[in-house]
Design a protein around this ligand. Sequence first.
Ligand code: ADP
Ligand code: MG
Length: 318
Amino acid sequence: MSSEFELIRRFFARPARSAVLGVGDDCALVAPEPGNVLAVTTDMLLAGRHFFPDADPEKLGHKALAVNLSDLAAMGARPCWALLAIALPEADDAWLAAFARGFFALADRHGVELVGGDTNRGPLAIAITAIGQVPQAQALRRDGARAGDDVWLSGATGEAALALAHLRGRARLEPRALEDCLARLHTPEPRVALGERLRGIASASIDVSDGLLADLGHIAESSAVGAEVSLELVPRTAALAACRDETLARACLLAGGDDYELAFTAPAGRRAELEALARELGLRLTRIGRIAAGNAGVRLLDAAGATVPAPAGWDHFR
Ligand code: ADP
Ligand code: MG
């Protein structure tokens, strides 16, 4: 068992790199490069609400940072710094070492420096603040979608929600599919490289954390446009394709959440560029619909262009 300051020193303090001043003073000091603005975001994970209290601490360290990096990616920002506020029921050294391992493995891959935080005793809760930078005029916002733009999705949605459905006894996954889906649930990969490359290409962007249709709804609302998503264009991984319960499959794909993919819009003239970018990054980018004129929200369409009811079952995953 470590004291508070020992704990910070042992597990979280590392020498400052790009920060002017890192862990150890009352504030960290950071400076963006000239012409850049800071992109700042925070996300909290609570035991019992966002993860099971006995969750693997290494994966938790990864996910707590990943969900924040996903927000930076959605804005086209390059991640730089993070702050970690954590409440722990006890100072369990093995737990902290594993948490720090998961956190720093992801942080190091993206050049993120932990510059401060707060440590308290209490029910397990983790709040991370991530700070990135982006040239001011190139930040990807939710309000730039225009009628006629394509709607794009990175990777594929649904696997995290399908894993949860399995854990709750509402689906039965084969071992291979279960492994894929659990990895998506516990160790999502924030689309950082994609976000940066979408600068100057995407007209609007958001990360999919609350469900594809709900998050596209935020773009539609902010941009005062409608979005039309074609059900048959929404990609399905092998695990989703193998799901016999179509109602569940659609709920996972379209309303499941916890996906940490990017949904974005771009003018039709950028298609070739985006297809080349997908090949370069080795990441699937799929055109799943288009932006329509009028403040009409999000419509789900079948192959014939008729409206399909948006999936129910959203509450199952809350
Ligand atoms: P203060 O009392 O001024 O808020 P603290 O005693 O809480 O400072 O923290 C001491 C230093 O350790 C500060 O620089 C703070 O940012 C840092 N720190 C505290 N907890 C963490 C943590 N979990 N991860 C990284 N840095 C932390
Ligand atoms: Mg403090």
